[in-house]
Design a protein around this ligand. Structure first.
Ligand SMILES: CC(C)[C@H](C(=O)O)[C@@H](O)C(=O)O
Ligand code: SF4
Length: 468
């Protein structure tokens, strides 16, 4: 069995510094990403203990959650708590010698978009960040853990993390995706099938033709939401597409180091005959463009469906569905395509990359945002924003009626000025539809960028296949 390892086993073994008899491991951490929300107390802890950062050169800092997305943020953040957190990050980066991409730096953006963009994210690495969506980096075949603030402090001080080994879970998506179906539909469909606890205690490796055929951007979208399916991390084995994406980026290996790295990266795949504790197989042909109707990411239905009845469910889910429907202001039996929306949000670490914006522009071709609708596009990083402007996408989207914002987490969560008003309904490319997530009383429907664009055109949840 030891001869047949999964990708997760391989990365785990390569980073294991020490193992306790009960199986608890001490893992070496290759890269640490730090944002303003979960790091202030960690740095404070270091100060109080009189310790430094073990490897500042393996750490980067970027503010993203509570930075406003309008240009005035350069002059200062009005909200006091946000301003204090961003200023603390600045001070900590300075004091501890960590590279930071500040709000006036084109490289600033959502930490999970910045890491891959800068070549910080590489196959075979262990990567951590005080943020649950660190799973995103698994798209490169890196073992990427979201960690808590006390663990952030531990990693800063020691460059290691205490972890118990998870089980291995395989999610295989076979065959080709039908038209109109994207990476977001895959990842939502998987969660719809397994539930938000389906991955508990496991690291998921996604495989199969449908995953292989995704771009790196699409793979990041899939791994990003591994955490919403309960998994400890998500992984996709690296291949030529991965190498091509990493090559030439600021922190990628250079010269002879590159060849050596690629040679190693080619060994990073699960061996045939490796043991899986749990396996899910999905036929890509059966995946439809989907939306969520409730307040959990598992509340997923094809856009052609109708709002369910609480009695359609079993056990505790009956009461949960009842509450969700009340919160969402939805009546069972309503066609999802008849649900009118007030806002469209395109962005987040799930879907704020250049390919997502290209897709939105493609669907919007010859169309406008419906009158009266608020529609915003928040590029995941300053570089995504700059590239979209260079490609002429930004101008097209602005002409179509979208607001064009600066990079940040924005309306993915209500920690900055971009929020829903109570009762407002949003078609959102983000990853969580929890109560109040996008602002108190706000109602979130998760969907793909293509589906969000279609909704922007009609002002209701819409089947993107109507727009090709
Ligand atoms: C603020 C942060 C700790 C949080 C997370 O860990 O995921 C946020 O990024 C989110 O998406 O809810
Ligand atoms: S974009 Fe959303 S999910 Fe991603 S890190 Fe920011 S708040 Fe979390």
């Amino acid at each position: 069995m030891t001869d047949h390892k999964t990708l997760y086993d391989k990365i785990w073994d390569a980073h294991l510094v020490h193992q306790e008899p009960d199986g608890t491991g001490l893992l070496y951490i290759d890269r640490h990403l730090v944002h303003e929300v979960t790091s202030p107390q960690a740095f404070e802890g270091l100060r109080m203990a009189g310790r430094g950062v073990r490897h500042p050169e393996k750490t980067i800092a970027v503010p993203d959650h509570n930075v406003p997305t309008d240009p005035t943020r350069i002059e200062g953040i009005r909200d006091e708590q946000s301003r204090i957190q961003v200023e603390a990050l600045r001070q900590n980066a300075r004091d501890f010698g960590i590279e930071m991409y500040d709000v006036d730096d084109v490289r600033q953006g959502i930490v999970h978009i910045v890491g891959p963009e800068q070549g910080w994210t590489q196959p075979g690495f262990t990567i951590v960040c005080g943020d649950s969506h660190t799973a995103t980096h698994g798209a490169f075949g890196a073992l990427a853990h979201g960690i808590g603030t006390s663990e952030v402090e531990h990693v800063l001080a020691t460059q290691t993390l205490i972890q118990s080994k998870s089980k291995n879970m395989k999610v295989e998506v076979r065959g080709a995706l039908p038209p109109g179906v994207t990476a977001k539909d895959i990842t939502l469909t998987v969660i719809g099938k397994t539930g938000t606890a389906g991955g508990n205690g496991h690291v998921i490796e996604y495989m199969g033709d449908a995953i292989r055929n995704l771009s790196m951007e699409g793979r990041m979208t899939v791994c990003n939401m591994a955490i919403e399916g309960g998994a400890r991390a998500g992984l996709i084995a690296p291949d030529e597409k991965t190498f091509a994406y990493v090559k030439g980026r600021a922190h990628a290996p250079k010269g002879g180091q590159w060849e050596l790295a690629v040679e190693y990266w080619k060994t990073l795949h699960s061996d045939p005959g490796a043991h899986w504790d749990k396996e899910i197989i999905i036929d890509a042909a059966e995946i439809a463009p989907v939306v969520t109707w409730g307040t959990s990411p598992e509340d997923v239905l094809p856009i052609t469906g109708v709002v369910p009845k609480p009695e359609d469910f079993a056990g505790g889910k009956v009461a949960a569905a009842k509450r969700s429907l009340e919160y969402m202001g939805l009546t069972p039996g309503t066609r999802l395509q008849d649900v009118a929306i007030d806002t469209v949000f395109i962005g987040s670490c799930t879907n704020g990359r250049i390919e997502d914006l290209r897709e939105v522009a493609r669907i919007m071709e010859g169309h406008k945002v419906k009158d009266g609708l608020r529609a915003m596009i928040v590029p995941g990083s300053g570089l995504v924003r700059a590239q979209a402007e260079e490609e002429g996408i930004a101008q097209k989207l602005i002409e179509a009626g979208f607001e064009w914002r600066m990079a940040g987490c924005s309306m993915c969560l209500g920690m900055n000025p971009d929020q829903l008003a109570p009762g407002e309904r949003c078609a959102s490319t983000s990853n969580r539809n929890f109560e109040g997530r996008q602002g108190r009383g706000g109602r979130t429907h998760l969907l793909s960028p293509a589906m969000a664009a279609a909704a922007a055109i009609t002002g209701r949840l819409t089947d993107v296949r109507e727009f090709g």
